[in-house]
Ligand binder design. Structure first.
Ligand code: NAD
Length: 468
């Protein structure tokens, strides 16, 4: 097996040859990626079921269709993304050609997590290919069946000179990170995100961090609790809560909580029947280790379980669980839950809710449910988060025209659609000058004097440019 150095040398040689630059090459590779997903749908679905017991419905929409849509979107827009972006000029540069040119970065590394092991690996890959890079793809080792399918298929469909899959966990990734990349795109936990930044520092490698955190769902004012419960429960229990954008906890008034819990009870029975363990529509916790972490959190919580609470270690099963009377310092409020456990905390006023959110790290997504438009408007104005959605949850991430990414502790940089293309592109400033207007240009040369300085200020003025 080739060493990391040999593999990277192969990719770097390919990149330097310029093979990835022509639009046609990028299109051909994007189409191959699409074919890879379309022709192997069954293998992917089987692997996702093996790793996470993902139902076909969830796997199809959140892992496969989302990647296919991203490729279609990139193919439809690539030409316009590659167009030079001409910029405004001043008098001193009036006859020059000034524009922004998008160039590939080089050899980039994409490290994926296990919760959406196809989507979170291949969606950034679409941006990286569209931008003309060579890519090292590092799937999560935790979802071993998907990792094996990716490792088998990528070399069959994509150029082996330009794209490669490296398998393994922390040890292999640490070794890989000793090498120089031109960009590292990491999705995963905050603790590993810090290690990625440290590994990037010696090489001054730019990094995108797609991290997690606690996404609040704030319900306030008048509200149809049945609809709210449906959208909340679907967003929370999709992939059995193992979504970086899942509502982590609910904030609402006591009155709202007392209406919401019975509504959630009805909805959960509608979704998963009387015994959710028997439902084919509820995935499983990814590993015994992750199951134990969640059960530990639940065990340490001083909240009251009002729905669910059942579990089965052998089956890596935890029922959709809702708790009330959860205090701010509860175990469930100390870290991202990342599982099917939903604590409900109460506040009395809109301002109290907004303060609660603002006292914590900026979340990846913030959800506000209300019939009164003044409520989401106020929360939008007075808070910050990677994304903001009113009256729904995780659905926003299916829209490729919206940037996807965090802010503050939930990460930095973004992707999806054009934003992924931009993340993996260098915006090179280009000024093409001739030899005209040398007298005007001569104003800048020594010996300096105040008259020339006044003229220079005038010719460089953006105001003058808009008059002309
Ligand atoms: P993780 O950080 O454990 O692993 C992610 C990747 O990092 C894997 O490929 C893994 O092999 C690698 N890795 C693990 N330890 C490493 C180390 N010491 N050095 C180098 N690489 C290492 O994350 P996870 O458990 O797979 O994912 C869960 C977390 O990811 C949650 O916090 C979740 O919120 C976050 N997440 C964020 C997004 C997003 O888009 N912002 C999406 C999904 C998950």
């Amino acid at each position: 097996m080739a060493s990391h150095s040999e593999v990277l040398q192969r990719l770097r040689t390919a990149f330097r040859s310029g093979v990835t630059v022509p639009e046609e090459f990028r299109r051909a590779q994007l189409k191959q990626l699409l074919r890879m997903v379309e022709e192997n749908e069954e293998s992917f679905l089987k692997a996702l079921h093996q790793d996470l017991a993902k139902p076909k419905f969830e796997a199809t929409v959140s892992e496969l269709v989302i990647v296919m849509n991203e490729v279609h979107y990139a193919l439809a827009n690539l030409r316009s993304w590659l167009e030079p972006e001409y910029v405004s000029k001043n008098l001193a540069t009036k006859v020059d050609t000034c524009y922004v040119r998008r160039e590939p970065l080089g050899v980039v590394l994409i490290i994926g997590p296990w919760n959406y092991p196809i989507h979170l690996l291949l969606l950034p890959l679409v941006g990286a290919i569209a931008a003309g890079n060579c890519v090292v793809i590092k799937p999560s080792e935790v979802t071993a069946a998907v990792e094996a399918v990716i490792a088998e298929l990528v070399p069959k469909y994509l150029s082996q000179d330009c794209f490669t899959v490296v398998r393994g966990g922390a040890e292999e990734t640490t070794a890989l990170l000793k090498h120089k990349f031109d960009h590292i795109f990491y999705t995963g936990s905050q603790s590993v995100g810090r290690l990625i930044l440290q590994a990037a520092a010696p090489h001054l490698t730019p990094v995108t961090l797609e991290l997690g955190g606690k996404c609040p769902c704030f319900l306030f004012g008048s509200l149809d609790t049945t609809n709210a419960a449906r959208r909340l429960a679907w967003s929370k229990f999709f992939n059995v809560g193992q979504s970086c954008v899942a509502p982590d906890y609910v904030l609402c008034t006591k009155q709202m909580r007392d209406a919401l819990v019975p509504a959630l009870k009805v909805v959960l029975r509608e979704f998963y029947g009387d015994d959710p363990q028997k439902s084919p529509d509820l995935p499983r916790i990814v590993s015994p280790k992750h199951w134990s972490r969640l059960m530990g959190l639940l065990g340490r919580s001083k909240g009251t379980v009002v729905l669910g609470g059942e579990s089965d270690e052998a089956d890596k099963y935890i029922a959709p669980t809702v708790l009330v009377d959860v205090a701010e310092d509860d175990a469930l409020m100390q870290e991202e839950i990342f599982g099917p456990i939903l604590p409900i905390l109460t506040v009395e006023t809109l301002e109290e809710g907004i303060n609660f959110i603002n006292q914590r790290d900026k979340p990846l997504a913030l959800y506000v449910f209300s019939d009164e438009s003044s409520v989401p408007n106020a929360v939008l104005e007075e808070t910050s988060s990677g994304a903001f959605v009113s009256n729904d949850g995780i659905i926003y991430m299916t829209l490729p025209s919206l940037p996807f990414g965090g802010v503050g502790a939930s990460g930095f940089g973004n992707y999806h659609g054009r934003w992924g293309f931009e993340t993996f592109s260098h915006r090179r400033a280009v000024m093409l000058r001739g030899w005209a207007l040398e007298r005007l240009n001569g104003l800048r040369y020594p010996p300096y004097n105040d008259t020339n300085l006044s003229w220079l200020r005038w010719t460089a003025s953006p105001k003058l440019c808009s008059i002309l």
